[in-house]
Design a protein around this ligand. Structure first.
Ligand SMILES: Cc1cc2nc3c(=O)[nH]c(=O)nc-3n(C[C@H](O)[C@H](O)[C@H](O)COP(=O)(O)OP(=O)(O)OC[C@H]3O[C@@H](n4cnc5c(N)ncnc54)[C@H](O)[C@@H]3O)c2cc1C
Length: 376
């Protein structure tokens, strides 16, 4: 029977981040994924390392630590990180008030928010509908990577550089007394870390259920590549994003803004919609997203959500080509009020899940903490 110091279930960003830290600590590591290539949340997102969105303190520190790991391991693996920056556009006085309050607090925490007057918005991003905007908030603290290729690049580097063994297309059906029952036979491991993302029904379902964790379903769109070398440059977000990011949580005007949005934009709020526009390397623009939790998630994509997302996109941006070429759903694990969930469902088994929808931004730091605790 094959034997490893550490078995990791899941080849998404969390699984690979654990593999990086464990292999660097000298452990023999095997990674198992039921898919032939990673196809969970880690390849369905915006590829945004959202330092900008974090609350000062532990959250911000964890995001900065993760960024440093991406810059280090990511570069070795050939992953290109682009410091895209992030522009929040305010279209109402209330949105502008929250943006200005955030900027006023930022300096104390070493954050780099810069208020932007309406006439200057065009210096930060192309294709903005500046006529409909009142002003904005800029931060350089957001990085973009290619979410669809990064997992494969990281896995290949782990295999070649660190001798990590990958069992792809190999479901783990059970774990007992240090033996994994897998689709390719039994494998022994000193320890196992489960990084199964939003999959809770297969391994230790009772322990996951007892934690209260649930899933969040998100709806995403991608346009055709924009013509004539059109460069959006930063991530562009609007006022609907402000209640969703903890960077704004302490702004005194936020409760009023949330109440107003619930009155004035009920369909967006019910569907958990906020707009992130992110340009990909081929010039296409990824647009998202919506949020439906647990049993409230519809079984399929909702046409209404696409319409609301496209309306919001066209209120913020005048894109040269809004032809939608791709539509997909993504799922991540969700547990209100927490960033991560670490369970110990059996002797020698740890289950690690990001539960705030920001695994790309925090995954390496969380994995570093888990591995250093495991190896003492
Ligand atoms: C639409 C969307 C947009 C997002 N945008 C961002 C963003 O821009 N920035 C950011 O920081 N975060 C973002 N997130 C969140 C981020 O993508 C997730 O937090 C992160 O990818 C979770 O990584 P993971 O490795 O835990 O899970 P996943 O990537 O879902 O990987 C889990 C893997 O485990 C495998 N697996 C599960 N059970 C088994 C089993 N029994 N046997 C074998 N294999 C198994 C699955 O096949 C899967 O490949 C977004 C998420 C979504 C859905």
């Amino acid at each position: 029977m094959q034997q490893y110091d550490l078995a990791i279930v899941g080849a998404g960003v969390l699984g690979l981040a654990h593999a990086v830290h464990a292999a660097q600590s000298g452990l023999s590591v095997a990674v198992f994924d039921r898919s032939g290539v990673a196809d969970g949340a880690s390849v369905r997102n915006f590829g945004m390392l959202a330092i900008v969105a974090q609350r000062p303190g532990d959250e911000l520190d964890s995001a900065r630590r993760t960024l440093a790991h991406w810059q280090n391991f990511g570069a070795e693996a050939g992953i290109t990180l682009r410091q895209a920056g992030c522009l929040f556009v305010g279209r109402t006085e209330q949105e502008l008030a929250v943006l200005h309050e955030c900027a006023a607090n930022a300096g104390r925490h070493g954050q780099s928010f810069v208020p932007v007057a309406r006439e200057d918005l065009g210096h930060y991003a192309n294709g903005l509908r500046t006529d409909a905007a009142l002003g904005g908030l800029w931060s350089k603290d957001a990085w973009k990577l290619d979410q669809r290729s990064a997992m494969a690049q990281l896995a290949q580097w782990l295999e070649l550089r660190h001798g990590v063994t990958f069992y792809m297309g190999c479901e783990v059906r059970g774990i007992e007394a240090g033996v994994l029952d897998t689709a390719k036979g039994a494998v022994r491991a000193g320890r196992t870390v489960i990084c199964g993302g939003s999959e809770f029904s297969r391994l230790f379902p009772d322990q996951f259920a007892a934690s209260g964790v649930t899933t969040c379903q998100l709806q995403m769109l991608r346009t055709a590549p924009q013509p004539d070398g059109f460069q959006l440059s930063p991530f562009v977000l609007g006022g609907l994003s402000l209640p969703r990011y903890s960077a704004f949580a302490d702004c005194p005007s936020l409760p009023d803004l949330r109440a107003t949005l619930e009155q004035s934009r009920p369909r967006e709020m019910i569907n958990g919609i906020h707009l992130i526009a992110a340009q990909e390397d081929d010039g296409s623009i990824t647009l998202g997203d919506s949020h439906h939790y647990g049993a409230d998630a519809p079984p399929e994509r909702l046409a209404e959500v696409d319409t609301l997302l496209l309306n919001e996109a066209s209120a913020l941006l005048a894109l040269p080509d809004v032809t939608i070429t791709q539509r997909w759903l993504g799922h991540y694990a969700h547990l209100a009020g927490k960033a991560s969930l670490v369970l110990h469902p059996a002797q020698g088994v740890t289950a690690v899940t990001m539960v705030n929808g920001q695994g790309m931004t925090h995954g390496f730091a969380l994995a570093e903490d888990v591995i250093s605790e495991l190896i003492g």
